[in-house]
Design a protein around this ligand. Sequence first.
Ligand SMILES: Cc1cc2nc3c(=O)[nH]c(=O)nc-3n(C[C@H](O)[C@H](O)[C@H](O)COP(=O)(O)O)c2cc1C
Ligand code: SF4
Length: 790
Amino acid sequence: MPYESWESSPSALSGLAQYAVELWHEHRIPIILTAFFSLVLLRVYLHWTEQKQELLVFPKIYSEPAPQRQAAAKVEPTSENAAVKVEKGGGTQSEKTSRKLATNGPRRIKGELTKKTRAAGANEARKIQVLVFYSSITANTERIAREFARALEVALGCAGSEQKSDSSFLAPRVLDLSEADYDEYLITPPKMESDGAPVDLFYLFLLPSYNIDTINDNLLEHMKETHHDFRIDTSPLSSIIGYSVFGFGDREGWPTEDEGFCFQAKEVDRWMAKLTGRKRAYPLGMGDWKRDGSARLSEWQVGLTEVLKLVESTGSLGEGVEGSGDPIESDDEGDAYDDGEVVFDDNAPEAKTKSSGSIEDVEDMGRIMEMSQADGSVEQTKAPIAIDFTTQGKTKPRKTAIITVKEMVPQSSPTYASLTKQGYSIVGSHSGVKICRWTKSALRGRGSCYKYSFYGINSHQCMETTPSLSCSNKCVFCWRHGTNPVGTTWRWVVDPPQLIFDGVKENHYKKIKMMRGVPGVRAERFAEAMRIRHCALSLVGEPIFYPHINEFLGMLHAERISSFLVCNAQHPDELAALKHVTQLYVSIDASNRESLRRIDRPLHRDFWERFQRCLEILRERRFRQRTVFRLTLVKGFNVEDEAEGYADLVEKGLPCFVEVKGVTYCGTSTSSNAGLTMANVPFYQEVCDFVVALNASLERRGLKYGIAAEHAHSCCILIASERFNVDGKWHTLIDYEKFFQLLESKGPDGDFSPEDYMGAATPEWATWGQGGFDPRDQRVDRKGRPIETN
Ligand SMILES: Cc1cc2nc3c(=O)[nH]c(=O)nc-3n(C[C@H](O)[C@H](O)[C@H](O)COP(=O)(O)O)c2cc1C
Ligand code: SF4
């Protein structure tokens, strides 16, 4: 209502209004001021009262600093959010009161939701439970299983009073397979917890074999059914962290594996690989309970403990599991094998990519030098000069353009990619190591290389390596032709020998460890393989090309690793400067100049003169080094009508041994550059005929040689000097212990002869006419199928 209408009202009400208006007019200023201050006071009062109220409603924890909040989250990692956590947690009495009040007031959530993922560090809290399953009919294995579990408990640091505070292992549990519930353990592993921490399971099986009906048959049947049951995942045990099997048997009744020795342990090992999705953590071990059972079991336990500790520290089985149970086994890999010189493989990746800019050839070298002058793109100052280590009599550095010394095989180069793809590990910038086919085969008891039959080297303890991936030939049969760098001079960065030595060993062991999960690997051989005893310096390239080859050899010998060094007869100066090696090879790929040019395709123009000089050096050295001529026969190149020519070379060099080997073919069609085919591979009979002809020629010349041994499996035959025939018996084996003793007492230049470390008689099975396959090994074909040997 407007103010004027109030003034004009004639009634009593209007009189009152009149009075109020007058009053207002008279006191309006103090009224307004009083109202204003009252409102201010009320606001201040409310403000304070409101703050106090809030303290009661929201618990103190919400205003704690951030780190404390995180700590709280760690305590209850699975809580949905902070508010819930507080409600569940403990705290001081006042906090509890606050929380109680808070539940009556409005729920207000501050902060972020805690994610449901496992908190960092939860992994550390995981425990590992080893379950030792055994079966036993006459109680041997039962007793052994209990003793074994106790020993393992100590080894893992989880034994009663000796329990290590930081050990993740729970004391191993022993389970009798005749009582254990298969459904509980072998269909899905049981879910276990220890003090609230999740437990990972590791299965071990100690199993005797029985060719009569026993509980083992139920176990195997169960495993088979589980794997084939379409309702169940084919690898239902894949959540366990690993498994391993050890078998007991009796060699008296079942002398070989073929005859049934430990056959059921082998089967359980195989089925477990399938059920776990290839989680074999350590190779199958086997022991004869009457003879070596406990020794074998102890060895197996040592290796196993190592793996378990690896699992504890890394949470995984590490290397060695990939490929476990894989159909692709070492023999089926199409893996070009042996020492490089005798295999051609047209499947090898194509030759280097010229456009990549990597220097891999002398032609490339010239091209780069020209380019460097033209556009200045190559650094020309402050660079070391490329030194010719190989040209005879040349001591002065070349006076040509100075270029930057580069790495022989830089990591970014196509050569590096190609070599690593083929299974080489490149060490430093110019060395390589690769585990050979025979090493893998020997690990599985499927036969060793011919050097085992002829010289007694253990293939599973042999490291194949080279300190120089570069070579000065381009042999037609070289299996790595086109992928390794070539050159006549060392023009690359030189890596120190210690770096190479450490690197090749490390990589070799890494590769051996990767065999851990491969089916058929024998535990005792695997354990032995962790100690390198032989080194074949022959992989690819030319080892004596490396300027510090003698220092490198010194490192091998200091660790009592024998050295078989193969060179290509193109570096006489380096050959002359070479110190003692256990066995010194020269590749003799042809018997005359033209043939050598065609087959080796040497880069040196004076290749024939170099070759001849190397033979002279070998002749001079024959009473100081165990010298060997290695002949690689390639049909159509160096076999036909050449026996006489080779006899001339033998007469000239008078080597201790002549190894004759047919080239091995690994490809499928024609060899890329030389057009080699299967037709170039001589049959074993042809190699035999050649050897007989060569031997006859040597005899006609009055040279005292004879055919000593053979290894038909790798198409290789050994002719030996009569110096190694004692009382009508060939002694081609090497006494490695004696070699190191002589080396240590007389030094790397010491005066001792090959006869001084001649070993025991060549085993009967390896002599000429006996085939050369150790009867203790199992022969298999390329698909891994056993071959009958009569
Ligand atoms: C009836 C019988 C059959 C056996 N069959 C085999 C066999 O096929 N292969 C094998 O390596 N050992 C065989 N053995 C040897 C046992 O595996 C060996 O004695 C084992 O240590 C027994 O373990 P246990 O006492 O725990 O049952 C057999 C032993 C017996 C008594
Ligand atoms: S000598 Fe060694 S590297 Fe050569 S084939 Fe035999 S085991 Fe393999």
